[in-house]
Structures are given as C-alpha cells and as structure tokens.
Design a binder for this molecule. Structure first.
Ligand code: FAD
Length: 478
C-alpha cells in the first residue's frame, strides 16, 4: 500500500490535498521531488526560480523530517523516475497536486493513463487554485475573456473549501529509497554569487510564507486597497513567490483574510480588494488553460504584425535599470537585487519596454521569467499581454504610461527611487522623477553629473508615444 507523493509546485504540508489523500490510503508515504527541466517545455525555471526552489526544498525536507518522513530527490524525466521508484519501492499509487502549464498538463495526462493501465492508482488534486479553470465558464459554456464577469461567476459559485491542517505525522516506509543530495542539483548560482539580495529579502519555504502572511495581516491589510499601488510604502503582501511555489495555498490565504474581515469592522473593503487580486491569479490560470499559446502568441492576432524594434542596446539599458527614467530604473534594479518588483512598477516598466522602446513584450516576459522569484507562466504571460494591449481584457494599447507622471503619483516623495537608484538620492521630490529637467545648480548640489553618473533618458517619452501610436494605428482593424 506504499504511496508515492509527488511534490511539484505545492511545497507545503498545510492544506495539501494530495498529502492528505496519501495519508488516508493508510500505508507508508514516500514524498518525492523530481528535477526535470526538460519536462517544462519551453519554460525551464529561470535563475531566480532555481535559487528559490533550492531553499524551498531544503525547508520542505526539514518539515518532513519533523513529521517522521523525508524528501526523496531524483533527477531525470519525471515519468521514468516515477517508474524507477515504483519498481524500487513496490508503490501502488502515485498522488500529486495539479499544475496548469500546458507542458505539465500534457505530461501528467499521459503519465496518469499510463500508470492506471498498469494497475497503479494515479490521482491528482487541486492544491493551487480556488477554482479549477474548467469549473468557471460563461452561460454558453465557454471560458471567460473578461475579468469582471469571470470574478463575479467565481464569487457566485463560492464554496471555497476549508483548508486542511498539516498532518502531525506521516507514515514512513520500512526502507527509504536513495535520494540525491540537494546541493548536487546545482540550483544555486555558481560564481559570481548574485543572490545576496535575494537572501536578504526572502525566506523561502512554508514557514516564510506564514510569516509574510501574518505580517501582512498585522500591518498591510488595513488600507491595502489604496496602499497596494504605492511602491514606496510596502503596501502589498509579497506572497507571490510563496503562492507560486505552493508554500501557502490560496484557500488558506482566502480563509485568514475572511476571518480578519469578519473580526475587524472596516476591513471588508480591503479584504475584497485583496481577494480580487487573488482573482486575477485565478483568471490568468483560467486563460492559460483556455489559450495554451498565451506565453508565446498575442491573444489578439492583429498584434502579430506589430513592427517591433530589435534594439539590443536599449533592451540592455532597460534590463540594467539605465534608461534615464528613474521609476523604470528603480523597478528594474529592485527586480535584479531582490527577484521581485512592485506591481505598479512592473506595469510602468513593462509599458516602457513595449511602448517607449517598442521592444517585443516577449523580451520582457523572458527577462522577468529569468529574474523573478515569483515567475509564473500564467501570471507572467497574462500580465505582459495585458500591458501590451494584445491580451484578454487588456489595457487599451493607446493608454501609454508616462513614467514621470506615474513616478510622481505613486512615489510622490521619491523614496522608492532613492532606495534603488542611490545616485539620485540627493535630488528633491520635485526633480527626482525628471532629473534631466533640473537646473544645473540643482544637479551640482545633488552631486549628479547627467550622462556620467546617471544616464539621460534613452528616448524622449513624447516622441516615443507618438511613434507607438502610429505603429498601432497601422495595424489591421479589429
Ligand atoms: P498582492 O497585491 O499582495 O496580491 C496578492 C496576490 O494576488 C499576489 O501574490 C498574486 O499571487 C496575485 N496577484 C496580484 N496581482 C496580480 C496580477 N496582476 N496578476 C495575477 N496575479 C496577481 N505575478 C506573479 O505571481 N508572477 C509573475 O510572473 C508575474 N509577472 C508579471 C509581469 C508583469 C508585466 C506584470 C505587470 C505583473 C506580473 N505579475 C506577476 C502580477 C503582480 O505584479 C504580482 O503578482 C504582484 O506584484 C505580487 O506582489 P504581492 O504578492 O505583494 O501582491
């Protein structure tokens, strides 16, 4: 009756339905994680994700040991590795929580039927979403294309299950199969070690996720509905990498936010706003399931003909946070240093790449994929297409963010820019978002030598905007 429990993006013990089912089967449970980058199709984990995965697996292994269990690590094509383990352990079942990326769905479907044909019980569960993508549909039975009716349908459906507590003990097999040494997986960066900022910013693993959630409930939920747009005040939960890796489940997050709103009068609006953000995560997964081409192809096919620029120098300046637009540069440096960027600034930086530089959104998507600790196929592709104006329910193309006005509105004192672009730290709020307009005396006073210590804008926003609109207007009409 031995069960293999296959961990993937559900690196937790709390509210883990596959784990609960494995224990219910009654026999020994062997937790397994498989490193299989080729099984991820075109999207093997990027650098920041690999760093996170290493630490998250170390945390999970520790938590399993505390419950009398272990984490068995193996490398190779998942199907072959599971076959090997079945042969070695005599396991009669393989259980896992579902993933929704096209390559995973394809592999898991074949795997499941293959196991079943050989008399091995194979079962998958929902540990990652509030609603399965196929549970929510329009009256005509088709997937939604617009967020608001999608979310209304989700809320009307309701019935979000109560999260299940983590087990106190996990039955162990009499003999453990061999495990790889995590260090041998070489997920951490080789020299140079660029991950110092990540180590400072994050605590991967279930305990780190809980800590973030608790801190957010104490200090962040009140006023979230407005503070979430302010990169200078840490107004959001920073749970995205923990949710991506499944170190905390959305049902648990939903439940504690519900409890907080029920206990504290006045928190309802903040709770609704927060839960709506979880809704965008659901919507992105829903769309990816309906349109598996989303990471590679514009959902609005007119954009296939958009005349993208291929200016590698400009792309490099954007990646390095050297565009001369302080809010964009602060965001790109926050990303490089910490593996994360505030949502408002993600939108501004993405808009700058796509519309001011007219560089393909896929370049931005790929850079984020490699550098974000929360890199998530559905969320990343969905949001890049949203900013580009070619996605479902996307921002209209002609709404082009002005990086100066956005900076002045959402980082009014310039605290965020000062934190990540220290060469501008001595500029006053009046000039910090447009240093090239500052009088020479102000620049001298701030010790700033434009073009030398900080770049001048690599494009003029007004000109870039006109060119972008002209390119858009030349596209075929809808
Ligand atoms: P909170 O405001 O605390 O929100 C709570 C949770 O809701 C988040 O953790 C996240 O899971 C979800 N969420 C919030 N906003 C969005 C959104 N717009 N779309 C989908 N889910 C959302 N998010 C990722 O998780 N992975 C990505 O790869 C990713 N790439 C992005 C690329 C671009 C160009 C843009 C504009 C946004 C991207 N986002 C991505 C969405 C969003 O920026 C992050 O989810 C958010 O900044 C995470 O911070 P938080 O946990 O503090 O969010």
């Amino acid at each position: 009756m031995t069960t293999l429990l296959w961990f993937r993006q559900d690196l937790r013990l709390d509210d883990n339905p596959a784990l609960a089912a494995a224990i219910r089967r009654g026999g020994p449970v062997i937790p397994v994680c498989i490193l299989d980058p080729d099984g991820e199709g075109d999207w093997p984990p990027g650098g920041a994700a690999r760093w996170w995965l290493h630490h998250s697996l170390a945390a999970l292994a520790g938590a399993l040991v505390e419950r009398g269990s272990r984490l068995v690590l193996r490398q190779g094509p998942a199907t072959a590795v599971l076959d090997e383990l079945i042969a070695e352990t005599g396991a009669t079942a393989v259980l896992w929580n579902r993933r929704y990326e096209p390559a995973s769905v394809e592999r898991d479907t074949v795997l499941k039927s293959g196991l079943k044909q050989r008399g091995i019980a194979a079962e998958s569960f929902n540990g990652a979403l509030l609603f399965e993508p196929w549970e929510i549909h329009t009256g005509a039975g088709t997937p939604f294309k617009v967020f608001t009716p999608f979310w209304r349908a989700c809320l009307q459906r309701g019935g979000i299950a109560e999260p299940q507590a983590a087990p106190t003990e996990i039955p162990a097999p009499p003999r453990w199969p061999r495990s790889d040494d995590l260090d041998r997986w070489e997920l951490l960066p080789a020299k140079p070690d660029w991950a110092g900022g990540l180590r400072q910013a994050w605590m991967p693993g279930e305990a780190g996720a809980r800590k973030r959630l608790t801190a957010f409930l104490r200090h962040g939920l009140t006023g979230y509905e407005t503070a979430r747009d302010r990169p200078d005040v840490d107004g959001s939960s920073c749970l995205s990498p923990h949710l991506h890796w499944g170190e905390i489940g959305p049902r648990r997050v939903w439940q504690v936010v519900e409890y907080a709103a029920a206990e504290t009068p006045g928190l309802r609006a903040a709770a609704d706003a927060y839960q709506r953000e979880l809704g965008w995560r659901e919507f992105a997964a829903h769309l990816l399931a309906a349109r598996p081409e989303m990471p590679a192809e514009p959902l609005d096919r007119r954009f296939s003909d958009y005349p993208w620029e291929t200016d590698r120098k400009a792309l490099r300046a954007w990646q390095q946070g050297l565009t001369g637009y302080p809010i964009v540069d602060a965001g790109m440096r926050q990303l490089w240093q910490t593996g994360w960027m505030h949502n408002r600034v993600r939108m501004i930086a993405a808009s700058f790449l796509i519309k001011d530089l007219r560089i393909h959104w896929r370049e931005g998507e790929a850079w984020f994929w490699d550098t974000l600790v929360d890199a998530d196929l559905a969320n990343n592709a969905f949001n890049w297409q949203w900013v580009a104006g070619c996605g479902a329910d996307a921002a209209p193309y002609f709404r082009i963010f002005n990086p100066v006005l956005q900076g002045e509105k959402f980082d009014p004192d310039g605290a965020y820019v000062r934190r990540f672009v220290p060469e501008l730290s001595r500029l006053s709020p009046k000039w910090i978002h447009k240093p090239w307009q500052a009088p020479a005396a102000v620049l001298a006073e701030a010790d700033l030598d434009l073009g030398r210590t900080y770049p001048r804008p690599i494009v003029d926003h007004g000109d870039a905007r006109r060119l972008a609109l002209a390119a858009f207007q030349a596209l075929p009409k809808a």
